[in-house]
Design a protein around this ligand. Structure first.
Ligand SMILES: Cc1cc2nc3c(=O)[nH]c(=O)nc-3n(C[C@H](O)[C@H](O)[C@H](O)COP(=O)(O)OP(=O)(O)OC[C@H]3O[C@@H](n4cnc5c(N)ncnc54)[C@H](O)[C@@H]3O)c2cc1C
Length: 503
């Protein structure tokens, strides 16, 4: 009888997804499993993907990569949130920050008190009550202060990174190879499947080398070499809700110190990102080709750079959606091969990380059990769909009428779950996170309020706090945040200090 244990993993693809998977397997599985990664320099990688969410720190922690090392290797900067300009209407601006908003009094989240204070005219903008959203526009940054009292906003400052994606993949390659992962240069030109089960048995490279394995990780990018071209798994298209299908990207020179946040500015037929790194700014225009020509999109991108462009814009085509199955037979798709959603909330690298963690949690001991595979697929599908809905929210909540693109987004039908979420929030500012969906209440609340929802009411328990006390509570909260931000160093100063540290 054949040995049912997984002893050989073959990763096809060496972009961010492939090397993240290789590094994590090497760290967690150790010598229990032999890991080989095949990649083709001739094909190359997508190489964008420069903004992240705070979860990446957990991944780096797992690998033992410190902030100092990471920021140095990737020429990265820190990120407190994303600034959205012109989304609700032309001229508006709000920040979706990663931190808490205020603090709760008893059962209720802070925003419930804020809604009443706002209706009575004594609240400031919601951003004034969170350390992340107050610090970001002032260009201030620090990591959580270890010596601050536990209740101080300075004691808990969640953050993510902006970084050079190719620098990260290079670094992870060194990490993985040092721990036994074997990298093979070459192009996969043939895939052999078991004649009865259809399981992938081996991949063959152009030079004739054959790589056999029990488990195959498809990190081959948009083409989905194993999951789609071989297994024909199928694709669920999200274009109806997220119509952007192209991106133009270009770097430009820095124009001053890097701000500690990503900027996403809504344009006529999509939106433009600005991602500050230490040595340059990453920019891109994500747009719908049905609503604007490539030339017009390029002109818009170039007209809205902070500094001189560093080359010609590069174009990428994509279809927004996800595979019908992320794990099919003995193939698990990670990264772009598993599906794609535009980088509006910087979620793609998170999805890679979460796919790796899920696979390690459900790693089969003997053979491939359908129960494990089904659970993997159900969790991944739920995660994709809830992020999809969070992205749709940004488009649906526009009041813009200045282009066909925004008219389409404003009037489109949306998934029922999202519709219910909006109605509940419009009624009385209530929100309930579904299971372990990625974005928490503070994220949904900031975007819904940021894009113009003014809840009609609030929770009745808010009225237990006398008006005078409520006024003092919200004013004190903002005052504490202000004084904490005053005490924070400028982002650039923090970066300089970090770089001069040993580690
Ligand atoms: C416009 C745009 C902006 C983005 N911005 C962000 C962002 O800000 N934040 C974020 O989290 N994510 C972002 N992403 C997503 C992010 O870029 C990807 O999730 C990430 O780069 C992972 O890509 P990948 O490794 O799956 O694929 P790729 O980078 O395409 O790598 C594919 C690999 O497969 C190899 N390969 C393919 N075919 C073969 C073959 N036949 N034989 C051998 N090797 C093969 C290639 O050589 C390559 O090594 C963005 C994506 C796009 C398109």
């Amino acid at each position: 009888m054949n040995d049912p244990h997984i002893k050989n993993i073959v990763i096809v693809g060496g972009g961010t997804a492939g090397w993240m998977a290789a590094a994590a397997f090497a760290r967690v599985l150790g010598t229990q499993v032999k890991v080989r990664l095949v990649e083709s320099e001739a094909i190359g990688t997508v190489g964008v993907g420069e903004a992240t969410v705070p979860h990446l720190k957990l991944f780096n922690d797992l690998l033992g990569i410190s902030d100092i090392e990471f920021i140095r290797q990737t020429r990265g900067t820190f990120k407190l949130g994303i600034q959205f300009n012109d989304w609700g209407h032309l001229g508006d601006s709000y920040i979706h920050g990663f931190g808490h908003i205020g603090h709760s009094l008893g059962l209720l989240p802070f925003h419930q008190y804020w809604i009443k204070a706002s209706q009575h005219g004594f609240a400031r903008d919601l951003a004034a009550y969170s350390i992340n959203t107050a610090a970001a526009p002032r260009g201030k940054f620090m990591t959580s202060a270890q010596d601050a009292p536990a209740h101080s906003p300075l004691a808990d400052i969640p953050y993510a990174y902006h970084f050079d994606a190719s620098g990260y993949a290079r670094y992870l390659r060194g990490y993985a190879e040092a721990r036994g992962v074997k990298r093979i240069e070459g192009k996969v030109c043939k895939v052999r499947q078991h004649p009865e089960t259809g399981f992938v048995e081996s991949v063959t490279l152009e030079n004739g080398e054959v790589l056999e394995g029990e488990l195959f990780i498809d990190c081959s990018g948009f083409r989905g070499l194993l999951i789609e071209q071989t297994l024909e798994t199928g694709f669920i298209d999200f274009t109806h809700w997220l119509p952007c299908d192209r991106a133009l990207t270009v770097g430009c020179e820095n124009a001053g110190p890097p701000p500690p946040y990503t900027r996403a500015t809504a344009q006529t037929a999509g939106w433009q990102w600005r991602i500050p790194l230490q040595h340059r700014i990453g920019n891109g225009y994500v747009y719908s080709s049905a609503h604007i020509s490539d030339d017009e999109a390029a002109a818009t991108l170039l007209a809205n750079l902070d500094g001189p462009a560093l080359g010609e814009p590069r174009q990428l085509h994509f279809v927004t959606g996800m595979r019908r199955k992320f794990w099919n037979k003995n193939v698990v798709a990670l990264g772009l091969s598993s599906g794609f959603m535009e980088p509006l909330e910087s979620t793609s690298i998170f999805l890679i990380q979460s796919g790796i963690a899920r696979l390690l949690n459900l790693f089969p001991r003997e053979g491939f059990s359908e129960v494990l595979i089904d659970r993997y697929n159900a969790q991944a599908q739920f995660e994709f769909e809830r992020i999809r809905d969070f992205l749709i929210l940004h488009y649906k909540l526009t009041t813009r009428e200045d282009s066909d693109f925004w008219n389409q987004c404003r009037t489109m039908s949306i998934p029922g779950v999202l519709q219910d979420t909006l109605e509940l929030f419009r009624d009385s500012g209530r929100f309930f996170r579904q299971a372990e969906e990625m974005f928490a209440e503070v994220s949904w609340v900031q975007v819904m309020i940021g894009q113009g929802i003014e809840p009609r009411g609030y929770h009745p328990l808010v009225d237990q706090v006398p008006d005078k006390e409520l006024r003092a509570f919200v004013a004190d909260t903002a005052r504490v945040i202000d004084s904490c931000v005053d005490a924070m160093p400028a982002h650039q100063v923090f970066l300089d200090r970090l770089q001069s540290m040993k580690g």
